[in-house]
Design a protein around this ligand. Structure first.
Ligand code: ADP
Ligand code: MG
Length: 724
């Protein structure tokens, strides 16, 4: 048994086999999600101490960054008048002495003790004639002596630090020394991208001799991570296409033509392109699995309706599922209006045609109404059914389901999507179009939705007025009750309410979104109610206010929405129930209270409720700068209305984890790669995966790769792929 070791083999071995890892350490490692030798091997250094750059205290230039290895002589601490902590550490290295000052890092007194050796990086300054560093980076290196020392993640809570990890990694590398690591990539790919071999990469990332080796190793390992995911996704996609029977459609015909001819506007070129992509899928034999990404207001509904009509004119039925009743009812109303007067062929009638049948099914539909719909579906009188989750309940059956559209797909679980798709009678799998207004960057989409084809509506219909977004900055109240007034203009908030009154005066309408209470719908509802009462009594006294939140009964919700649409309510005070899809072109102001609590995607969605008509529109974000991330989010919202640009900022601020979290896939496999930074490699990996699988669909000639994908992309993740 001298064959090189595969990652699958490492994944099958428990950390317990390592020397010095008893039950306690093992538990600590498990807290860090390190349970197998593969996890150890892929716990990569956070950074490196490059001792080739190390200076001595005497050599440090004032005002410049430098690194020195020092001995701790003395640690003291005190509190300032405003109760901030300061820790002073005196250090020396034989060439001189220096003082280190830490602000607001009281735990340094526990970390550093006299006699310890530490490496500090920071800027050396002169303070009253002696050398000093303020808040430097500190690494405890113990007795490490290499020229480049890897620094691993430290977890005080798990009781595992860089020393333990470095020891465990060292042992794994030593024990696999002779055999080396199996190479899953064909030589042609290594050559094409000038990548180092896997053995070399894994050694160099943990025990490099130069920083150049680290860079090469990272490049290789990043490619590995991205390539594995792409091979899994592309393979799944090819298998689906090969094994499922679709419903054939004829996209060109009278119904679709009649629909386009009746539209009161010209399609944008993005809509034309997207419709062409969808139609090409519909005409094909394999079922469509397409994601339509388009910013709020980009006109996704038109694309969906065109696709559904293509199915109907080919003799099938279509379903559109929306996440909320408000949205389903609105879709129903607007689709009915768009399709008014369209007829479908029906040999059973005298004229040979009948009006297109459009139905609505939600939780508000009465039992009698439901029976009518079920009968209408069974008898083929309903061509197009729009609704909420109610569509996937038992008893709702389509004799000939050809097309499924899912709006705001992120609001639905995989099971719900799969359930709707399986509502058809026969073996054939209907075409599926999922739509989202949460733009994610192209390369992230390639990974998150890698088994779907993606169309992008990246153009808004002409004539939209850009939304003027303003941040109304409130004072920030610290834990001690002290107020931070930085950047606060006391006139801004009263000015905003005045502006709102002026808009209402001019006949426009306004949304006020009340604070998000994630933990409790009940608290959220009462906060919305309180806001309504306060505004009614005070800032918006005399205006007609309406209230909408998750706990308002559905019937009242619809009544309120209808009055708002008719202009009988001036200001709609609401929670995020209005986040998706609500379309009232006369509304020109969106005010979001406690906007720092919302994520970028949500703020952008909410803002998209205005700017839908010809009047100038405004979005007010009312919030304190409660933390630096929130501040950057709010600033980004003010700076741009481009959803894709905001998605990039969001990805940057939130990190990759959350994007991947949307589909839970690749979560465990993206350790070094960043979908944002490594865009180039995402695309290359996808191209390479397609090329490899086209030549070898079963991975018969790439056994190591196949085994590694199987072992490393966890079961729940593959399940996920199967169901989507
Ligand atoms: P979303 O992509 O947010 O779902 P909708 O489909 O609701 O957007 O469209 C938003 C509004 O834009 C609707 O009132 C729709 O009628 C209108 N619209 C769609 N396409 C066009 C177009 N090509 N030109 C003008 N208006 C359009
Ligand atoms: Mg929409």
């Amino acid at each position: 048994m001298n064959a090189p070791l595969t990652l699958a083999a490492f994944a099958a071995m428990d950390v317990g086999v390592l020397k010095g890892i008893g039950p306690k350490r093992q538990k600590g490692l498990a807290d860090l999600e390190i349970t197998s030798l593969y996890d150890v091997l892929t716990t990569y250094p956070r950074r490196y101490i490059d001792r080739t750059n190390q200076a001595s205290i005497a050599d440090l230039s004032l005002g410049e960054d430098g690194m020195v290895m020092v001995e701790v002589e003395n640690v003291t601490s005190r509190q300032t008048r405003n109760r901030k902590s300061m820790v002073f550490v005196d250090v020396s290295d034989g060439t001189g002495r220096m003082r280190i000052t830490f602000f607001n890092q009281p735990w340094r007194t526990r970390q550093l003790h006299a006699g310890m050796t530490a490496i500090v990086f920071g800027r050396c300054e002169d303070y009253r004639g002696s050398r000093q560093m303020t808040n430097p980076v500190v690494d405890l290196v113990g007795d490490q002596t290499g020229r480049i020392v890897p620094v691993y993640p430290n977890s005080e809570k798990a009781g595992i630090g860089t020393a333990e990890l470095s020891k465990a990694v060292g042992e794994v590398l030593r024990r696999s020394g002779q055999r080396g690591f199996a190479e899953p990539l064909p030589a042609a790919l290594l050559g094409r991208h000038d990548l180092v071999g896997r053995s070399q990469a894994l050694r160099a990332i943990h025990a490099p001799e130069t920083m150049g080796q680290v860079a090469d190793a990272k490049r290789r390992l990043i490619y590995d991570e991205l390539f594995r995911i792409q091979v899994a996704l592309v393979r799944r996609k090819m298998q689906l296409a090969a094994t499922t029977v679709g419903v054939p459609h004829e996209p060109n015909g009278v119904l679709v033509d009649g629909f386009f001819a009746g539209l009161p506007f010209a399609l944008t070129s993005a809509q034309q392109r997207t419709i062409a992509e969808v139609f090409a899928d519909l005409a094909g034999a394999a079922p469509m699995h397409r994601l339509l990404q388009g910013d709020v207001g980009a006109g996704k509904t038109i694309v969906a309706v065109a696709a559904m009509l293509a199915a109907v004119q080919s003799g099938h039925q279509a379903a559109l599922m929306a996440p909320t009743e408000v949205l389903a009812e609105q879709h129903h109303a607007s689709v009915r209006e768009m399709l008014d007067g369209l007829e479908v062929a029906d040999a059973g009638t005298l004229a040979g045609t009948r009006p297109l049948g459009v139905g609505l099914l939600s939780n508000r539909t009465t039992a009698a109404g439901r029976r009518k719909i079920e009968a209408g579906l069974a008898e083929g009188r309903i061509d197009l059914l729009i609704g909420t989750h109610a569509l996937i309940q038992d008893g709702v059956n389509f004799p000939s389901l050809g097309m499924v559209v899912i709006d705001e797909q992120h609001r639905f679980g995989v099971e719900q999507r799969a359930a709707l798709r399986s509502k058809g009678a026969g073996e054939a799998v209907p075409d599926v179009l999922v739509m989202t207004a949460t733009p994610i960057p192209r390369t992230a989409a390639m990974t998150v939705y890698g088994d779907l084809d993606v169309s992008v509506l990246d153009e808004l219909p002409p004539g939209r007025t850009p939304i003027d977004t303003r941040w109304v900055r409130l004072p920030f109240e610290g834990a001690e009750g002290e107020l931070d007034l930085t950047g606060v203009d006391p006139a801004a908030e009263p000015g905003m309410w005045q502006h709102i009154r002026a808009e209402v005066e001019a006949g426009r309408q306004v949304y006020v979104v009340t604070p998000l209470v994630e933990e409790s719908a009940k608290l959220e509802a009462s906060s919305a109610e309180e806001t309504l009462v306060r505004l009614q009594a005070d800032e918006l006294n005399g205006l007609r206010l309406g209230l909408l939140h998750g706990r308002v009964p559905s019937a009242d919700k619809e009544t309120t929405m209808a009055s708002f649409r008719r202009g009988e309510i001036d200001v709609l005070v609401a929670t995020t129930v209005i986040e998706v899809g609500v379309d009232v072109p006369n509304a020109t102001v969106m005010t979001i209270l406690d906007a720092d609590r919302f994520g970028i995607a949500q703020l952008h969605q909410l803002r998209g409720r205005v700017g839908r008509g010809s009047h100038a529109s405004f979005c007010y974000l009312v919030a304190a700068a409660s933390n630096p991330i929130a501040e950057q989010r709010l600033e980004a919202m003010v700076a741009t209305t481009d959803g894709f640009e905001l998605a990039e900022v969001d990805l940057e601020l939130r990190g990759e984890g959350t994007i991947m979290g949307e589909r839970q896939k690749g979560r465990s496999d993206l350790k070094l790669a960043s979908l944002r930074r490594d865009r180039y490699w995402v695309e290359k990996a996808r191209e390479d995966a397609i090329e490899l699988l086209t030549a070898d669909p079963e991975l018969a000639d790439h056994a190591i790769l196949a085994e590694e994908i199987e072992a490393l992309l966890a079961d729940d993740e593959t399940d996920f792929l199967l169901k989507s």
